[in-house]
Design a protein around this ligand. Structure first.
Ligand SMILES: Cc1cc2nc3c(=O)[nH]c(=O)nc-3n(C[C@H](O)[C@H](O)[C@H](O)COP(=O)(O)OP(=O)(O)OC[C@H]3O[C@@H](n4cnc5c(N)ncnc54)[C@H](O)[C@@H]3O)c2cc1C
Ligand code: SF4
Length: 471
């Protein structure tokens, strides 16, 4: 690609991010907090890239995006070409631009990071696809030669969608099955709208449908359709079921009124906002409550910020280590701080204190879970070895997720001791069962959107290889 960039732009032009919505407004709305870059800003920020001969950003990116190349196109205002290029390596670039922890991946690895400020790769990635879609651009599959094969993808999360995208672009017919009413998996039902607005996934479904991918939503494999019938009706099956078993906090969460599991809380909130009907995920309203969220990862940040937006009186994040040890994105931690979340370090929750009167967990109908019976959280201080009690009336446990393979899978494909499907990257994510492939959280354990995308794409290439489809 011809190089037109001024060499020392990064000295004169400082790293900038688009404006964020002011805290007093964003605390009350479930909407993305970043405004979009304006075009001059995008060009200037993209032109800061010095096109390192050995682009560390690209190596660190799990899908190895052609970052310096699309930055150059964006610097020239060629956004459609940039979107075209970014889709060659990534099936959901507008999503990655919004939710990837760039501060731990491409931007951390950027040569300019330490002394001048990394190029704002994530925000440019988001802009170029949003802009191209807004101008009517769609991936062109009109010249793809149809192949006589069909593949079933179970799970419309990022792993399944990426697999379907690559198969479709190589002429293979794909049907994606999901038990939920919309595509996206955790992108739609886990990650809240202040990080990723749901219209982004609706638009992406329409784009995939226009390419020819078929979706069968509200369809639970194992009950509505059997796994065995998929295997006999399709030439290959890709498993992208995610990891949904919550790490136990030892507080009888989900049973004790007032003590909730993180994903129940987040999914209930999304269903309430989007009016999806899911009886098993009731809406938990934490308005005027004092809330303690346990954990220090991305899920915990999503819970504390959701509680703030619901109008909680006070929101604490209780973590057993300190700020430096937090596993989630720095950026999301900062957003939570800005929005008024209190961080309490070195505390490990051991039990909850309940009101002496009131109904037991078993008396509470799902639709009634509005009032809590918790009045405190007992923790061990891991620094001072003393016990402390935090006054609160709701507790959310966000300690993470483990693989949750359904029964029908446990008797067919090989799983490891932790329940992960054994499917190695070096083997193209082929499982122990011929014609069955797997990727994303159910193979890695709870991880990232971009790693799930990487797995799905690689598995699709292995499927093409096994079906002898030219790529
Ligand atoms: C609250 C939260 C916040 C997160 N924030 C971030 C973030 O900011 N950045 C980031 O990179 N990662 C984040 N992650 C992690 C990321 O969302 C996951 O790593 C990623 O979604 C995994 O993709 P997947 O396709 O493997 O699974 P999932 O996204 O879980 O999708 C699996 C799909 O399979 C479907 N399914 C399961 N069983 C069946 C069945 N029997 N029949 C039909 N369908 C079925 C499910 O309904 C679901 O749609 C977050 C995770 C959570 C929980
Ligand atoms: S590491 Fe930074 S400066 Fe180098 S190519 Fe990547 S974005 Fe550009």
């Amino acid at each position: 690609m011809g190089d037109h960039r001024p060499l020392f732009e990064f000295i004169d032009v400082k790293r900038e991010e688009p404006e964020k919505q002011v805290v007093e407004v964003r605390k009350h709305e479930f909407a993305e907090i970043y405004r979009s870059f304006k075009q001059p800003g995008i060009k200037e920020q993209s032109s800061r890239c010095i096109d390192c001969g050995n682009p560390y950003c690209q190596w660190k990116c799990p899908v190895h995006n052609y970052i310096p190349d699309w930055l150059e196109l964006a610097a020239q205002g060629k956004y459609v070409e940039a979107a075209e290029l970014s889709h060659q390596t990534n099936s959901l670039p507008e999503v990655c631009g919004r939710v990837c922890p760039q501060d731990r991946l491409c931007e951390q690895a950027c040569t300019l990071n330490n002394d001048f400020g990394a190029v704002t790769i994530g925000q440019v990635e988001k802009f170029i696809t949003d802009n191209a879609f807004a101008h009517g651009w769609r991936p062109d599959v009109s010249k793809v030669k149809a192949q006589p094969y069909k593949v079933a993808v179970i799970g419309a999360g990022p792993a399944g969608l990426a697999c379907a995208d690559v198969l479709c672009r190589n002429g293979v017919s794909v049907t994606v099955f999901d038990r939920y009413p919309e595509i996206g998996g955790l992108l739609t039902f886990g990650i809240p709208e202040f990080k990723l607005e749901k219209e982004v996934m609706i638009q992406r479904r329409e784009v995939f449908e226009s390419m020819g991918i078929e979706f069968q939503l509200n369809t639970n494999i194992g009950t509505d359709i059997s796994y065995e019938s998929l295997k006999s009706d399709y030439d290959a099956v890709f498993l992208g079921l995610g990891a949904y078993k919550t790490v136990d906090g030892g507080l009888n969460e989900g049973q004790t009124p007032g003590v909730y599991k993180a994903l129940d809380y987040l999914i209930g909130n999304t269903n309430h906002l989007r009016n999806y009907k899911m009886a098993d995920r009731p809406y938990l309203d934490l308005k005027d409550k004092t809330v303690a969220v346990l954990g220090g990862g991305d899920t915990a940040m999503d819970c504390v910020r959701t509680a703030i937006r619901q109008g909680a009186k006070k929101v604490m994040c209780v973590y057993r280590k300190d700020e430096q040890a937090m596993p989630g994105s720095r950026k999301e931690f900062q957003h939570a701080q800005e929005e008024g979340v209190e961080f309490v370090w070195h505390l490990q929750a051991t039990s909850v204190v309940l009101e002496s009167s009131g109904s037991k967990a078993t008396d509470t109908k799902a639709s009634d879970i509005k009032t809590s019976e918790v009045k405190g959280l007992v923790c061990d201080n891991l620094k001072t070895q003393q016990s402390v009690e935090l006054a609160c009336d709701a507790v959310i446990v966000a300690y993470g997720f483990r693989p949750s393979p359904p029964d029908w899978l446990q008797t067919s494909v090989e799983l490891d001791d932790g329940g992960k499907v054994v499917a190695q990257e070096q083997r193209g994510f082929r499982t122990s069962e011929k014609g069955v492939y797997a990727g994303g959280d159910m193979v890695r354990g709870a991880d990232l959107v971009v790693t799930a995308i990487a797995d799905g794409r690689k598995a699709a290439l292995a499927i093409c290889e096994d079906l002898e489809v030219p790529v």
